[in-house]
Structure formats: C-alpha cells, structure tokens
Design a protein around this ligand. Structure first.
Ligand code: NAP
Length: 251
C-alpha cells in the first residue's frame, strides 16, 4: 500500500464491518491507517474485511463487542494499543433503528436505540480520551443523522439519539480542544445500506423526491467526509456537524 495521508495513524471504527462503517474502515485503511474494525454480529464480514485490507497491504484487526457495554469500550482501546501502540482516530459509527410511532414504542426499543447510538458513543469516547489526552492529539468522528436535525415520524428514539450525538459532539469538542483533540459529527441523509434497504418502497420514493441531487447516497460518499475530518486538511474544524445528504436538509 502506498503512503497515504493517514500513514502511521491508528483508527478504531465501531460497527466497522458493514454498511457505512465498512466503507469508512476501508477508506481509512487505503489512506494508510491501521484499522481496528469493531463488530457485534457480523463475524465473517469483519474477518473478510480485515483480510481484504491486509491483502491490499494494510493493517487491520477485528474485535467483537457490543458498544453499549463499557467492557467493549475498554477492550477496543486495549486491543488498539496492544496491536498498534496508540489510537489517533475514533469513528463512532455503530447504530441501529427500532422504528415505531411513539404511542406504540416499547420501552426496550427506546433503550436499545439510545444505548447503542448514544450511550455507546459516550463509552467509547470516554475510553479513547485517556490515550488521546496523553498524546495531546486525536480525531473523533461521530455518525449522527439528518433525522437528528429535522425529525421523522416513527423515529422518536432514533431522532433523540442522533440529536444527542450532535449535542455530545459540541460539548466534548469544547472540553478537549485545548489538547488538540478535534471532535466532529457527520449527519448522513439517505444512504444505501442494509438499514435503508428495509424501508417500504413508497417511503423510499417519498424520501427520494425530497433530495435535490435526485438520488440515494453511497456509503463511500460518507466515508470520504470521514477521511477528510480525520486528515490534516481538517486541522481547524471542531464541534461541527457536516451534513452529507444530497441537499435534503439545507440550513
Ligand atoms: P447498517 O448497515 O445497519 O450497519 C449498522 C452497523 O452498526 C453494523 O456494522 C453493526 O454491526 C453495527 N452495530 C449495531 N449495533 C451495534 C452494537 N451494539 N455494537 C457494535 N456494533 C453495532 O447501518 P448503516 O446504514 O451502515 O449505519 C451506520 C451509521 O450511520 C449508523 O449510526 C446509522 O444510524 C447512521 N446513518 C445511516 C444512514 C443511512 O441512510 N444508512 C443515514 C444516517 C445515519 P454488526 O453487523 O456486527 O452487528
């Protein structure tokens, strides 16, 4: 692998084995980063991805764990340090949906979405700050959603979690800016992955009609923004949320 803009850097990608996370893992690895790919259920996909990265001349390891548990956060940091010696980049990508109208939403659907999408981010970020504060540098990139900005019927749990991600990002960014740790969020719009493939066809059509660019986005298009935010080119950007949505939400 050629020396890329992230040569020598170490990245952790939560939920990094499929969907947007997979694209981010690959893109960072192709830019020269050593990548710890976290996964929860996708054992074989994680191993395949690690093999692909190694086959391309990069370095990667897969580490299983549910991000909503603190032991996973501690383990991810430990494994990154044991395997690669440091952590420079954390991508908080793991996320789920459990959609229902609020009136029918079960408490467990609320808890699962908040615990995975928001609490998981708190736990991994808290754990990664120890080495990052010590080394006085780091990039943390949190995957939010346009739903956290504009809301969506049937997604009160997801909307609350994703709006929470933005508030969390801004507060942490202010706490750690003095140590040269930059914390930003990406709010993707409608991106082709397993998460959106399961939407009903009529809903997909309605969403598409509200996208000025007239098409669904790709995981690669989100990964390129993550790469930018992780790269030296983004050295003066912190506390921001970059919307990647084909123009769906213009503010
Ligand atoms: P996806 O294809 O459904 O993939 C979800 C990923 O999250 C998988 O890698 C999964 O890992 C991981 N994950 C879920 N629960 C986890 C847990 N408890 N611990 C560790 N990993 C866990 O979804 P996606 O579309 O790529 O979504 C990725 C992120 O982008 C999410 O935060 C999502 O909310 C956000 N997003 C997506 C869209 C979109 O249109 N697709 C739009 C806006 C925001 P396993 O398979 O190993 O369980």
């Amino acid at each position: 692998m050629e020396k890329g803009i992230l040569h020598g850097q170490v990245a952790i990608v939560t939920g990094g084995a499929r969907g947007i996370g997979k694209s981010i893992s690959l893109t960072l690895a192709q830019a020269g980063a050593k990548v710890l790919v976290n996964y929860n259920h996708s054992d074989s996909k994680a191993q395949e991805l690690v093999n692909t990265i190694i086959g391309e001349g990069g370095e990667a390891v897969a580490v299983k764990g549910d991000v909503s548990s603190n032991s996973t956060a501690e383990e991810l940091i430990k494994q990154a340090l044991d395997n690669f010696g440091k952590v420079d980049i954390l991508i908080n990508n793991a996320g789920i949906t459990r959609d229902n109208l609020l009136i029918r939403m079960k408490e467990e659907d609320w808890d699962q979405v908040i615990n995975t999408n928001l609490k998981g981010m708190f736990l991994t970020t808290k754990a990664v700050l120890k080495p990052m504060l010590k080394q006085r540098s780091g990039r943390i990139i949190n995957i939010s959603s346009v739903i956290g900005l504009i809301g969506n019927p049937g997604q009160t749990n997801y909307g609350a979690a994703k709006a929470g991600v933005i508030g969390f990002t801004r507060s942490v960014a202010k706490e750690v800016a003095g140590r040269n740790i930059l914390v930003n969020a990406i709010a993707p719009g409608y991106i082709a992955t397993d998460m959106t493939n399961k939407l009903p066809e009529n809903l997909k059509k309605t969403i598409l009609s509200n996208i000025p660019l007239g098409r669904i986005g790709t995981a690669e298009e989100v990964a390129q923004v993550a790469l930018f935010l992780a790269s030296p080119a983004a050295s003066y950007i912190t506390g921001q949320t970059i919307v990647v949505d084909g123009g769906m939400v213009m503010q």
